[in-house]
Ligand binder design. Structure first.
Ligand SMILES: *Cc1c(COP(=O)(O)O)cnc(C)c1O
Length: 378
């Protein structure tokens, strides 16, 4: 850590580190798994909260060429970093946006007949066949053309020939449950519908889908969470390496007596003489308030000097409190950094304890942390 980083981190209180080499290794692992298919990256919501600029640059250095964002503005931000990348905007084309897409070489993922017409008209007007993807809905019922709309569009070759159909996608609803019959049903429906359309590369798999095997890879896989170290599965060991680690300082230590309470609503009471640690991060930093005791499948813990210490009482805006009674005294030092997320307390642990998914934990990480990006391979 450089000295300026160190001071910056101290002024900010908590420290979020992002291991760009682990990110790149995760991409390489998924790329290997994808076989002949291209391995793209879902980088929406500022790369799931980890910070757009350094993360997309590191992914590009690892070999990633295609990026998926949700919004045109996010596409623009990726374009600023990567002049040559293929950038797809998942939320599609809203009226009046075509020129912005064109200007920044963004490809819309068209999901309604109106969007398709909008892109067709813009391309005709410009006398350019600009690339776009089509999103076909196969069961999740979010974005994409219905079965009927896809069949109608398939009959309108003059519409489809106005632009360059560079990709056809659909999205899995149950990929994280490998045995779920819906996966195969969606794959079959995707195959059926794309066969009606002009020949174009196809993509179905998100992170868990990338692990489903050959029939799901098509020409491109689009992992997101697995790149960032989250477990792509609901109920299996995590095959990915952690990328984000979160540390916060132990601000104070206090001894309390039996019967004394801790925190708002006095929701936790000491049953033995206890040593309590006050840590400088809270829900204002994106630590879910649902980590308050009693947490789901809890207790939720932090990791202090090789020991787990349970979170007690309520998570507040800037603080959490932990029970340090069982942590040996030599590890309890005012000012020392405690691991809130990392190798010992994983992002998946935090998600489980707070009744959510790692996606929400990562995208919820606040902007108050000092952020430190470890060097990547370039
Ligand atoms: C977010 C997203 C992905 C990536 O999903 P993960 O589960 O994070 O791998 C892929 N495709 C679409 C359409 C998405 O919205």
């Amino acid at each position: 850590m450089r000295e300026s980083d160190q001071v910056g981190a101290e002024l900010a209180g908590a420290l979020l580190t992002i291991d760009l080499r682990a990110l790149q290794n995760n991409w390489r692992q998924l790329n290997e798994l994808a076989g002949l298919a291209e391995c793209a990256a879902a980088v929406k919501a500022s790369c799931y909260g980890l910070g757009l600029e350094p993360v997309v640059a590191a992914l590009s250095d690892a070999g990633c060429k295609t990026f998926f964002v949700a919004l045109p503005q996010e596409g623009h931000d990726v374009r600023t970093v990567l002049p040559e990348a293929n950038i797809y905007v998942l939320n599609g084309l809203m009226p009046g946006q075509a020129a912005f897409y064109h200007q920044h070489k963004l490809s819309p993922v068209l999901g309604t007949p109106t969007q398709v017409r909008g892109w067709q008209e813009y391309c005709l007007e410009q006398e350019l066949k600009l690339p776009a993807a089509l999103h076909i809905e196969t069961g999740i019922n979010r974005l994409g053309l219905t079965d009927k709309q896809t069949r109608e569009l398939a009959g309108q070759r003059e519409v489809l020939s106005a632009f360059k159909l560079s990709l056809i996608i659909s999205h899995l609803a149950c990929g994280e449950i490998p045995g779920d019959p819906m996966n195969g049903e969606q794959r079959d429906k995707f195959n059926q519908l794309r066969a009606l359309l002009p020949d174009a590369p196809a993509s179905l798999a998100n992170s868990p889908g990338t692990f489903l095997g050959e029939g799901f890879n098509f020409d491109m896989v689009r992992p997101g969470i697995a790149l960032y170290g989250g477990n792509p599965f609901g109920n299996r060991a995590n095959p990915m390496s952690p990328v984000a680690r979160l540390y916060a300082p132990l601000l104070q230590v206090r001894e309390i007596c039996v019967g004394e309470s801790v925190g708002y609503a006095a929701s936790w009471t000491a049953k033995r003489p206890s040593k309590i640690g006050i840590i400088g991060a809270g829900y204002g930093d994106g630590l879910p308030r649902a980590l308050s005791s009693p947490a789901k499948d809890g207790p939720a813990c932090v990791f202090v000097g090789g020991h787990y210490a349970p979170i007690i009482g309520r998570v507040s805006m800037d603080l959490i409190t932990v029970d340090l009674t069982d942590v040996p005294q030599e590890f309890v030092r005012e000012g020392q950094r405690v691991e809130l997320m990392g190798d010992n307390v994983t992002v998946d642990d935090l998600a489980r304890w707070s009744g959510t998914i790692p996606y929400e934990v990562l995208t919820g990480l606040g902007s108050r942390y000092a952020r430190l990006y470890s060097p990547s391979d370039s």
